[in-house]
Design a protein around this ligand. Structure first.
Ligand SMILES: NC(=O)c1ccc[n+]([C@@H]2O[C@H](COP(=O)([O-])OP(=O)(O)OC[C@H]3O[C@@H](n4cnc5c(N)ncnc54)[C@H](O)[C@@H]3O)[C@@H](O)[C@H]2O)c1
Length: 249
């Protein structure tokens, strides 16, 4: 990662922040985008302590639902660092509702951030990137199977799987790799939110039935994303890496 420029959406919290910390320690230059200004400021001060040089970090407020904001953020990244070697498109939101009761607003919000947002990022990133670049998207176990009460979320993550595969097919000849991670239960603010919306004890019951019967630390996902961003995964593209403790076996 030494000297590589990596752009991360959703980098102010959870898996994105954990990835940013890991890559900072490995010598990367980071451009972090997030819609949450307060968390972005906190992340900036934490990451400034970890990056190799005082000038190795850029943080930008950006709503991935807006293509122009994504383009402006990536332009600012290239203006500052001169290139983009890798991107992790991790910004995401959760929403809970049965399909019968699904409100249009919730559908638009979840699809807008999780699916349209990833499309905006891919569209802008692929234009800027060249040979040797690598992109990792956040899918989910919900992108690989149906889960009750998660129609919008599952649809958005199945869409991310599809976009990842199409982008990999379209970009292989340019030397750009595109993969996704499909996390299971990862201890982040999003999981806290999902647990609060679920029936009491339901999430814990599901956790104990998994082959590795625990929630993961976000760093356990960050390490897989770092592998996919780096040169050690040079022949891996179009892959959806489950990081779910064997839940989807
Ligand atoms: N935590 C889990 O158990 C889990 C499981 C499977 C998949 N995922 C996926 O991993 C990714 C990261 O999730 P997390 O658990 O770290 O969640 P998180 O809530 O901790 O972080 C998500 C970040 O995305 C940002 N964000 C939300 N909307 C945005 C927008 N419109 N534009 C820019 N940024 C926006 C939030 O401000 C937040 O900082 C998400 O895509 C999520 O769907 C998480």
């Amino acid at each position: 990662m030494e000297g590589k420029v990596i752009a991360i959406t959703g980098g102010a919290s959870g898996i994105g922040l954990s990835l940013a910390k890991l890559l900072a320690q490995r010598g990367a230059k980071l451009s972090i985008a997030d819609v949450a200004q307060e968390n972005l400021d906190k992340a900036a001060s934490t990451l400034k302590e970890l990056v190799a040089g005082p000038d190795h970090i850029l943080t930008s407020k950006c709503d991935v639902r807006q293509l122009s904001q994504v383009q402006d953020w990536l332009k600012a990244t290239v203006d500052k660092f001169g290139k983009v070697d890798g991107a992790a498109n991790l910004a995401g939101v959760f929403g809970k509702s049965s399909i019968e009761d699904l409100e249009e607003d919730l559908w638009d919000f979840v699809i807008g951030v999780n699916l349209t947002g990833v499309m905006h990022c891919l569209k802008a990133e692929l234009k800027l990137m060249g040979k040797g670049a690598s992109i990792v998207n956040a899918a989910s176990i919900s992108g690989l199977r149906g889960q009750a009460g998660s129609g919008a979320y599952c649809a958005s993550k199945h869409g991310v799987v599809a976009l990842t595969r199409v982008a990999a097919v379209e970009s292989g000849s340019k030397g750009i790799r595109v993969n996704a991670v499909a996390p299971g239960y990862i201890d982040t603010p999003m999981l806290d939110q999902a647990e609060a919306l679920a029936a009491k004890g339901a999430l814990e019951q599901s956790v104990v039935s998994m082959p590795i019967a625990r929630r993961a630390d976000p760093e356990e996902v960050a390490k897989v994303i770092a592998f996919l961003l780096g040169d050690e995964s040079s022949f891996v593209t179009g892959a959806i890496y489950s990081v779910d403790g064997g839940w989807n076996v």
